[in-house]
Design a protein around this ligand. Structure first.
Ligand code: NAD
Length: 257
């Protein structure tokens, strides 16, 4: 029997990992709200996903740190589609600087996008999920949610906080058929990583390839980039019926880091 398409929100979904996650859910027969700050890319990504997978996706240009917009999105999907089944908090960005030089406005912005925004989407989606008696919340943290590297104070603080938020929400929602888990990717070849490699290579006076091994891959057993599809596969499983008893976990897709 064909199951009803679930309604899935993916944030930062025009980016590398977010678009792979969106594609995986669309291929699985779900409807995906492709949410990104860059509205044009969100719409284009949704169009490509629909065209190539035959699945359903729609682009939403919005800033996930804006509570008003988050509330509107959840209300819109609830009235148009009957609810929100899966939320993937994926939007993110990086800023590299020694802690004593870290600009306070960048600190605030990174924490807003990677910790406050997931809190906001969870806050507004949970009442809908409770009414449904079903929900899957997936927070894209990082291996930097359980370990640290120099010059990434805001990113690492946000990702550690996101793991704490995940565990708290899991405890509060378990008896309503809702699970909440974090996925901790290792290094994926995306603009977010390429930008930091450029800065690290300039700071150390070495090539980007050398910076990749010195700062990132030397800590990892597999010695290769993680594929966005590998992160997406983990999300799809966490949203599945067979993962119903997995909650409050922070799962590495890290290549052994
Ligand atoms: P990316 O730069 O390709 O995508 C990030 C997306 O987030 C962009 O499309 C951007 O427009 C969007 N975004 C940023 N601020 C936003 C806002 N305020 N509102 C809405 N959208 C916003 O980066 P990526 O590497 O695909 O990262 C996705 C997630 O994976 C991030 O949370 C990142 O921390 C995490 N992650 C990435 C890696 C990696 O190696 N690339 C490793 C671990 C974790």
């Amino acid at each position: 029997m064909k199951r009803k398409p679930r309604t899935v929100i993916v944030t930062g979904a025009a980016g590398t990992i977010g678009s792979a996650i969106s594609r995986a859910f669309a291929e699985n027969g779900d409807f995906v709200a492709v949410v990104d700050l860059d509205g044009e890319r969100a719409t284009r990504t949704a169009g490509n996903i629909s065209g190539e997978t035959g699945g359903e996706a729609a682009g939403f240009g919005m800033d996930v740190t804006d509570e008003h917009e988050i509330r509107r999105l959840v209300q819109h999907l609830t009235s148009e589609r009957g609810g929100v089944d899966v939320v993937v908090n994926n939007a993110g960005l990086q800023h590299i600087a020694p802690v004593e030089d870290f600009p306070t406005d960048r600190w605030n912005h990174l924490l807003n996008v990677m910790l406050t925004a997931p809190f906001l989407l969870i806050k507004h989606a949970v009442p809908v999920m409770k009414r449904q008696g079903f929900g899957r919340i997936i927070n894209i943290a990082s291996v930097h949610g359980r370990t640290a590297s120099p010059y990434k104070a805001a990113y690492i603080s946000a990702k550690h906080g996101l793991v704490g938020l995940t565990r708290t929400v899991a405890l509060e929602t378990a008896e309503h058929g809702i699970t909440c888990n974090a996925v901790m990717p290792g290094v994926v070849d995306t603009p977010l990583v390429r930008n930091q490699l450029r800065k690290l290579s300039e700071a150390d006076g070495i090539s980007e390839e050398e910076a990749l091994h010195k700062h990132l891959l030397h800590k990892q057993a597999l010695k290769r980039f993680i594929k966005p599809e590998e992160i997406a596969g983990c999300c799809l499983w966490l949203a599945s019926e067979t993962a119903a008893s997995v909650t409050g976990e922070a799962i590495g897709v890290s290549g052994g880091w």
